[in-house]
Design a protein around this ligand. Structure first.
Ligand SMILES: Nc1ncnc2c1ncn2[C@@H]1O[C@H](COP(=O)(O)OP(=O)(O)OP(=O)(O)O)[C@@H](O)[C@H]1O
Length: 372
């Protein structure tokens, strides 16, 4: 169990994390969600003893990370998949970590097998793709067969098959009774992976509840209504009538109307009274992604200038970023802001934990350059 109480981190005048109190329980996957710059990595670094809280506490199994007995075996983490010496092979990287933590050599082959890197185990990690690097980072986290696992954006760079694999891995680890805390800015992915959500915005707690409860609380129902003439006169008349009755209406790209604020029978009655024929009248629930966008609206630290006003006719007013839906390419990632050097986390000199490799793959004192 991970427990944070009043966790706060300030960098000079900037508050990165503010009064966070939450628990991460064993046996389930807990998703840690927030837009870019909301404080997820800072929180994870404090959990792992890599950053000192300005105030508040965070413990794993009742101990601060640095006082954990056998931390290297109790906690595994993937923080930054790129934090690997590019000249070393995957095998030698993992072997160094294993040796420092007193983990038997054969475990290296086991974790390489689990993450599917056995065929490239002797290749330079510098030649690895982003996805292979993620798999290597996950292998490092699993090395000590730990009870508590933290993953910071583990699906970054993975293809659909890799994403599915990570999802099943997380669920499997939780099913074994482990504590699994996984950060993401993609609600759609978390909806399929997590049982519980901790959502933050600008360092503050926005939600701490099950995925089901999150949906029930934050998503709103709406109706889709379609007239035979698409965006023609009939639809215009219906939109006017529904708006007069108190509904919010928004045009959908396919010519339908999205109607919120009126029950379906009332929409049907109004259409009938005004002789508007309907080809569709169907109930819908906003997706988890939409619910998340609504919740974090106004909590986005870095926003894209082009889309800051939101799409025309957005049912959510002016969301912090346009959400174009499942479009391939960079636009599919609604919360990724353009590169902002000011937003890049800077390494903070923190006293090294005990002389064991850190679960996120960084070893106190550094590793040698040569193959082991
Ligand atoms: N060492 C640091 N010094 C100063 N500011 C920092 C430092 N580390 C993080 N920050 C700031 O704290 C805020 C939270 O950053 P953090 O990296 O924790 O967010 P995040 O939610 O993990 O973002 P992302 O999803 O982009 O990784 C940001 O405004 C960031 O610029």
């Amino acid at each position: 169990m991970i427990e944070a109480y009043g966790l706060t981190k300030r960098y000079g005048p900037h508050t990165a994390v503010e009064q966070l109190t939450f628990q991460v329980r064993p046996g389930i996957v807990t998703g840690f969600l927030g837009p870019n710059g909301s404080g997820k990595s800072t929180t994870m670094r404090m959990i792992l003893g890599l950053d000192e809280p300005t105030s508040g506490t965070v413990t794993i199994g009742g101990h601060p990370y640095r006082r954990l007995p056998n931390a290297g075996r109790t906690v595994g983490a993937l923080l930054d998949a790129k934090a690997v010496h590019g000249g070393r092979s995957a095998h030698s990287h993992l072997l160094s970590l294993a040796q420092l933590a007193g983990i038997p050599r054969q475990r290296v082959d086991e974790v390489l097998d689990i993450v599917g890197l056995q065929d490239v185990a002797r290749r330079r990690t510098g030649d690895f793709s982003l996805g292979m690097g993620q798999r290597l980072g996950i292998a490092g986290a699993l090395l000590g067969d730990p009870e508590v696992l933290l993953f910071d954006e583990p699906v970054n760079g993975l293809d659909p098959e890799g994403i599915l694999w990570v999802r099943n891995l997380m669920k499997g680890l939780a099913a074994e009774g482990r504590t699994v805390f996984v950060s993401s800015h993609l609600m759609s992915e978390m909806a399929l992976t997590a049982d519980h959500l901790v959502v933050i915005g600008q360092g503050r707690l926005l939600a701490d509840m099950s995925v089901r409860e999150f949906l029930d609380r934050h998503s709103t129902g709406f109706a889709r209504v379609r007239t035979p003439d698409g965006a023609g006169e009939q639809r215009q008349l219906l939109a006017k009538v529904l708006a007069e009755a108190g509904a919010r209406t928004d045009p959908e790209p396919d010519g339908a109307l999205r109607v919120a604020g009126l029950p379906l029978p009332r929409i049907s009655d109004l259409a009938h009274q005004h002789a508007v024929r309907l080809y569709e009248l169907s109930p819908h629930q906003a997706s988890l992604e939409e619910a998340y966008m609504r919740l974090t609206q106004g909590e986005v630290a870095y926003r894209s200038g082009a889309s800051a006003a939101g799409p025309a006719g957005s049912p959510w007013g002016a969301p912090p970023m346009s959400y174009p839906g499942p479009v391939p390419g960079p636009a599919a990632d609604p919360l990724r802001a353009p590169e902002d050097p000011a937003a890049a986390p800077r390494a903070e000199a923190a006293p090294a934990p005990d002389a064991v490799p850190h679960p996120c793959g960084t070893a106190p004192g550094g590793f040698g350059e040569s193959e082991v």
